[in-house]
Design a protein around this ligand. Structure first.
Ligand SMILES: NC(=O)c1ccc[n+]([C@@H]2O[C@H](COP(=O)([O-])OP(=O)(O)OC[C@H]3O[C@@H](n4cnc5c(N)ncnc54)[C@H](OP(=O)(O)O)[C@@H]3O)[C@@H](O)[C@H]2O)c1
Length: 234
């Protein structure tokens, strides 16, 4: 399996590189020129293609011959960085490749997610502040996901809860809708978010799904497991 990791130098990206190497995959990483040094720990084990992730030529070169593409969608800047990145991946990945994208719970696929008042207020506040300083454009991440959902590629959009650092606790559990009791704890280890992304490459049940994930050892996940009994992980 040859995989491309778009946004490889970030925190999520580096964990994904490690998980992919652990599985014996051939890895191509894309990151900004200035961030290449952040991947020094993987020198000689991965191919790094420097460049902006919304540069179509960079993406075209990076995804060539890849069976899977893991894309970190980040709402940086106000120049369609996120939607440009998603579009380049959708257009240039080979037919039939597994495409996995990351985002947060704030993205909704079918409008059936139920958000707490605190969550909605936080997203609104971040969005407002971000537009003010022109550093982040959450609407563009929404647009990026809209394009993915509308595409006929073999996509999965993994929606992360709040994140924390720490040792792996295992594969997160997931649900189709924010608001489902299993997700109530709203916390996932970043290393396990990355694990879910990489595992999704070989899980065809996740094709055309937008799983909202939560750590498998969180109280809400454990309560759900106790309620449904052994052998059911969600
Ligand atoms: N943070 C959270 O609490 C949270 C919660 C839920 C979901 N998520 C999702 O998780 C994923 C990873 O998020 P993260 O917060 O953990 O970040 P991260 O993994 O550290 O990734 C940040 C990415 O953004 C790039 N970046 C930073 N500044 C940039 C700029 N000015 N222009 C272009 N690219 C820039 C970084 O590249 P360089 O290495 O080049 O700087 C890196 O690839 C995202 O899809 C996010 O939506 C995050």
């Amino acid at each position: 399996m040859k995989v491309c990791i778009v946004g490889a130098s970030g925190k999520l990206g580096k964990y994904m590189v490690q998980h992919a190497l652990d599985r014996g995959y051939e890895v191509v990483g894309v990151c900004r020129e200035r961030s290449v040094g952040k991947l020094d720990a993987f020198k000689g084990r991965i191919t790094v293609i420097p460049g902006a992730t919304n540069d179509r030529e960079v993406i075209k070169k990076a995804v060539a011959g890849c069976d899977g593409v893991l894309t970190v969608l980040v709402p940086w800047g106000v120049h369609q960085y996120s939607s440009g990145t998603a579009q380049a991946v959708l257009d240039h990945a080979r037919l039939g490749a597994r495409l996995i994208f990351s985002c947060g719970w704030h993205i909704t696929r079918d409008g059936q997610d139920v958000y707490s008042r605190t969550f909605k207020a936080a997203v609104k506040a971040v969005g407002w502040l971000a537009r003010l300083v022109r550093a982040v454009d959450i609407d563009d991440q929404v647009e990026a996901c809209r394009r993915v959902f509308a595409s006929d590629t073999r996509w999965t959009v993994v929606r992360g809860s709040d994140l924390e650092e720490g040792e792996s606790q295992g594969l997160p559990v997931w649900s189709r809708h924010v608001g489902d009791p299993i997700l109530k704890s709203n916390m996932t280890r970043r290393v396990d978010f990355a694990l879910f992304m990489v595992e999704a490459l070989e899980n065809d049940e996740l094709i055309h799904e937008a799983p909202a994930i939560v750590g498998c050892r969180t109280p809400s996940a454990l309560a759900h497991a106790a309620a449904v009994g052994p052998g059911h992980d969600r």
